[in-house]
Each structure stands twice: as C-alpha cells, then as structure tokens.
Design a protein around this ligand. Structure first.
Ligand code: ZN
Length: 212
C-alpha cells in the first residue's frame, strides 16, 4: 500500500491493474484489525474517482461542487459506496478464497449495476467496445462515482478475470491486484514485501535470543 496527495486528499496509488480492484484498495487492512480508510468524505471519494480515471476532470469538479451543495445527500451516497465496496470485495475475492460467490453480496453489486445502467447511454470507446457510461453529472448527480465503479465491477465480472485476482499478504494491507500468473504475493514488493521480510527477521531475532 502506498498513496499520494491530490487536491488536499490522500489517494491510494493505483497498483492493481484494473480500476474495479482500485475501488477495494480505497481501504487497507482487509485482512486484520489495522484499517486505513481513504474514502473519509464524499469529497475524498470524488477526488479518488477522478484520480482513478472513473470521472473526467470536469465531472470531478462538478460532483465535488454538488457534494458541497448537498452534504446530507452526499454522505448518503458515500455510505452506499462503502456498502457497495464491502460487497464487491467479498464477490471479487471469492475465487481467490476458493469459495462460491456470496449471493447477498452479488445482489448488492447487481443492484448498483442496475441503477447505473438505468441512467446510462451507450458510448463507443477507443478500443471499439461500446459500453454504458453510468450517466453524466447532470443525470446521475452525486451518484456518478458509484455508477462508474459499479460498471467497472460488472465489466471485470464479464471478462472472467476475477479468477485472476490476488490479495496482498502484507500486514495491514489486503490490497487486491490482477495476477494472471498467480505468483504475485504483494501489492508493492518494495513496501509490503520488504515490511514482511523485516517482520520475519525481527521475529527470528526474538526467537534466537536466549531466555532465562
Ligand atoms: Zn500490500
């Protein structure tokens, strides 16, 4: 896990290889008690979505302004995003855990995808695919980041690439990454890998210390 600062907010570095996995990586500490939350406000969500490429610069500016105008509604959307992220994490890591997709979490993801599709038009992309856009800042308003995240999740599910999602074993991390080789252990070797090595070294030293 690593981060950088954008427009006054700490934003996680994009290391996963798929934007749908970056959504999960807006929190660290999935696998233990030490948690780090990046989506601490609607404004932080909007800035992250812009940094991750889910929103254009104009869209980011617009939804941030909407968030300032309607803080109560913005908080409600943020709560929905956090609930979506929780369910999406359970769904997307199910193959890695060798478990079936959890039906209740799959239903939460399906609901978010349906809401996004509802306000979408189909937009041709540079790679010749034609995909729903999740609406505009006018039609989707504050929900635009959630719509874009849900559609990214649907896209990943449709490719079957969830079979190649790995989770970082780093202490206080648990970030996800796309790992077709199934050999990657760390989100960032230089951070989580080295920390784990240092911890193992310290534990060995402790064990070797004579007692009594
Ligand atoms: Zn990590």
């Amino acid at each position: 896990m690593a981060n950088h600062r954008v427009s006054g907010h700490l934003v996680p570095d994009a290391v996963s290889g798929h934007v749908a996995l970056e959504i999960v990586n807006t929190r660290a500490g999935w696998n233990d008690a030490t948690q780090r939350e990046y989506l601490v406000s609607y404004d932080a969500l909007a800035v992250w979505a812009g940094d991750a490429g889910l929103l254009s610069a104009t869209e980011t500016r617009r939804v941030r302004a909407l968030g300032r105008e309607s803080p109560v509604e913005a908080q409600r959307v943020l709560d929905d995003v956090l609930a979506f992220r929780e369910s999406w994490c359970s769904v997307v890591t199910a193959p890695w855990r060798d478990r079936p997709f959890p039906p209740a979490d799959l239903a939460v993801v399906a609901h978010a995808v349906a809401a996004a599709t509802d306000v979408s038009v189909l937009v041709p992309r540079e790679d010749r695919r034609v995909l729903p856009d999740g609406g505009t800042w006018r039609s989707a308003g504050l929900r635009l980041p959630l719509h874009r995240a849900a559609l990214a999740a649907a896209e990943l599910l449709a490719t079957g690439d969830v079979a190649h999602v790995g989770q970082c074993a780093g202490h206080g991390c648990g970030w996800l990454f796309h790992d077709p080789s199934h050999r990657r252990h760390w989100c960032i070797m230089a951070i989580c890998g080295n920390r784990a090595k240092a911890r193992a070294f310290a534990e060995r030293r402790r064990a070797e210390r004579p007692t009594g």
